[in-house]
Design a protein around this ligand. Structure first.
Ligand SMILES: Nc1nc2c(ncn2[C@@H]2O[C@H](COP(=O)(O)OP(=O)(O)OP(=O)(O)O)[C@@H](O)[C@H]2O)c(=O)[nH]1
Length: 229
């Protein structure tokens, strides 16, 4: 499925060029697509975070991700329509094995997630960073660290200063948030929009698609944050 997804993205660029050239029409409007992989231990809330951003709400129920799930959302930043494609990867080793090489192809950014109420998920972060290294992710790819489930107040095990120290050591901005608490909806929004801003200003056009059926889609969101960290 991942291979199909990548293949369809790759062909969408070339077919749009061929069509516009053959018909003599103006080139179709292009929207950049940014592939962001979301990784971390099982149960930290990767599915809920990506669902919150793409569907605007907490999912009614979730099951362990098998392989990878894709979620996509179009946003407009500074007048440009951009597609943010979130790859929600399986945290459980047994559900990752066959897919893992697909996650890391053509990645534009990485979101590392831990569960603020689960110290073990925080201690796993070096392993996730190591996995990225092993798959030869370029060192200049934007990476962010997200502590999820901040709504669980008294159950929190990972102190902010400890997480901040880790984030500083690995040159990543840290965000603490909750996919569940509606009051923090804006924060989840801000995290991914901040990443989109960063990508927009730094990355060249990589993939593009013509507008669906010639209709220019309305932006689904406006950026709520303009700073990076
Ligand atoms: N209280 C609270 N619970 C959350 C939050 N985010 C996720 N959960 C719960 O945590 C559990 C795991 O969430 P998922 O999003 O499925 O976790 P995941 O990281 O995608 O797990 P895998 O697919 O196994 O890798 C579910 O029971 C969610 O309801 C949050 O912000 N707050």
């Amino acid at each position: 499925m991942a291979a199909e997804m990548e293949s369809s993205l790759e062909t969408s660029f070339s077919s749009s060029c061929v069509v516009s050239g053959a018909s003599g029409l103006l080139p179709p409007a292009r929207s950049r697509i940014f592939k962001i992989i979301v990784i971390g231990d099982s149960n930290v809330g990767k599915t809920c975070l990506t669902y919150r951003f793409c569907a605007g709400r907490f999912p009614d129920r979730t099951e362990a991700t098998i392989g990878v799930d894709f979620r996509e959302r179009a946003v407009e930043i500074d007048g440009e329509r951009i597609k943010i494609q979130l790859w929600d990867t399986a945290g459980q080793e047994r559900f990752r094995k066959s897919m893992v090489q697909h996650y890391y192809r053509n990645v534009h950014a990485v979101v590392f997630v831990y569960d603020m109420t689960n110290m073990a998920s925080f201690h796993s972060l070096p392993l996730w960073i190591e996995e990225c290294k092993q798959h030869l992710l370029a060192s200049d790819i934007p990476r962010i660290l997200v502590g999820n489930k901040c709504d669980l107040g008294s159950a929190i095990q990972v102190p902010t200063d400890l997480a901040q120290k880790f984030a500083d050591t690995h040159s990543m901005p840290l965000f603490e948030t909750s996919a569940k608490n509606p009051n923090d909806n804006d924060h989840v929004e801000a995290i991914f929009m901040t990443l989109a801003h960063k990508l927009k200003s730094h990355k060249p056009l990589m993939l593009s698609q013509p507008p669906e059926n010639g209709v220019v889609l309305k932006p689904e969101a406006k950026p709520s944050v303009t700073c990076w960290c």
